[in-house]
Write a protein that binds this ligand. Structure first.
Ligand code: FES
Length: 313
């Protein structure tokens, strides 16, 4: 009958979709290798740019191999034979046409990939944010007014204690050892060492008798100055020792004491950003050191160890 719904004859070839595993990608290790490479990139962002670079190269290689495995079936499939269009369905007036059908294997394939992408995003995005964001927002700078330059006589050390962030209060109290070195090329030169031990972060102490404390009111907060004549600096926690320029001389510390940048504004000494040094050559205004990004105690900033951290040969 012309009004009857005419259906194409089903052939045995159409039953290939009945196998739910027919279109699933074969098991492969590359997703795990790719995830490991991404982890290496993230770790490298914190530890070393070299590790990140190696991670990127590995991620590209493993990603390529993963895609190659997933698409192997597609690439290996023979050219489809020309399909003869089935006779059009005739539909009675008012009757809905039959909905398009998708094989279950396609659904499972898409759901697996989609679920993997969602889980990967949930795991990766927060870690990436914490690792990368500081590079864009910048390091916190103390930006502290330490008072008039006259408070720092040439060649003398002052144990200087200040509040790095007055809004946060005493939890931001810090101590630096400051010595005015005189003029260098007509520019005032200061040595400003952070007292935090670069082994595990204990407060180091000057090896010398402290003098009388002086309180100085500055534009930011109250600064405490204690004169001293140290022969070096020592850490009471594990016996770490540093010379007068902050170089490690004994014990477990892994580098020289960290230093602060500084600037002179309207005759006052202002503290700048903290930075790390591996070793200082020379003394006072003639001291020379390679400057590294501020990093945690216990972290090497140069040599082979910087790539092996936290493994210490
Ligand atoms: S924390 Fe200073 S030597 Fe260990």
């Amino acid at each position: 009958m012309a009004d009857e719904l005419e259906r194409p004859e089903e052939s045995s070839e159409t039953h290939e979709h009945d196998d739910p595993g027919a279109h699933l990608p074969p098991p492969t290790i590359w997703p795990f290798a790719f995830a490991g490479a991404v982890a290496l990139i993230l770790v490298g962002l914190i530890v070393s740019t070299w590790a990140s670079a190696i991670g990127i190269v590995l991620a590209v290689i493993f990603g390529f191999l993963w895609i190659r495995d997933v698409t192997r079936d597609v690439r290996a499939a023979p050219e489809p034979e020309p399909v003869v269009a089935p006779p059009a369905l005739t539909v009675e007036e008012g009757e809905l046409s039959e909905p398009e059908r998708y094989p279950r294997s396609k659904f499972l394939e898409g759901a697996t990939l989609g679920l993997g992408a969602v889980i990967g995003g949930i795991v990766t995005v927060p870690v990436l944010g914490f690792a990368v964001a500081p590079a864009f927002v910048g390091q916190e700078s103390p930006d502290v007014d330490l008072g008039p330059m006259d408070n720092y006589p040439e060649g003398e050390w002052r144990i200087t204690t200040f509040t790095a962030d007055p809004e946060k209060g005493d939890v931001t109290r810090r101590t630096a050892f400051i010595r005015y070195n005189g003029l260098k090329d007509e520019v005032p030169s200061y040595t400003i060492l952070f007292n935090r031990c670069v082994h595990l972060g204990c407060p180091t102490q000057p090896q010398g008798r402290p003098g009388d404390e002086v309180q100085v009111e500055t534009s930011k907060a109250t600064v405490t100055l204690i004169p001293t004549e140290p022969s070096g600096f020592g850490c009471p926690c594990h016996g770490g020792a540093y010379d007068i320029e902050g170089n490690r001389t004994a014990g477990p510390p892994v580098r020289a004491l960290d230093r602060f940048e500084y600037s002179i504004i309207d005759g006052s000494l202002w503290l700048g950003e903290l930075y790390a040094v591996a070793e200082v050559e020379g003394q006072g205004a003639d001291a020379v050191a390679v400057r590294y990004r501020a990093t945690d105690p216990g972290v090497h900033v140069d040599g082979l160890e910087q790539y092996l951290y936290p493994i210490t040969p």
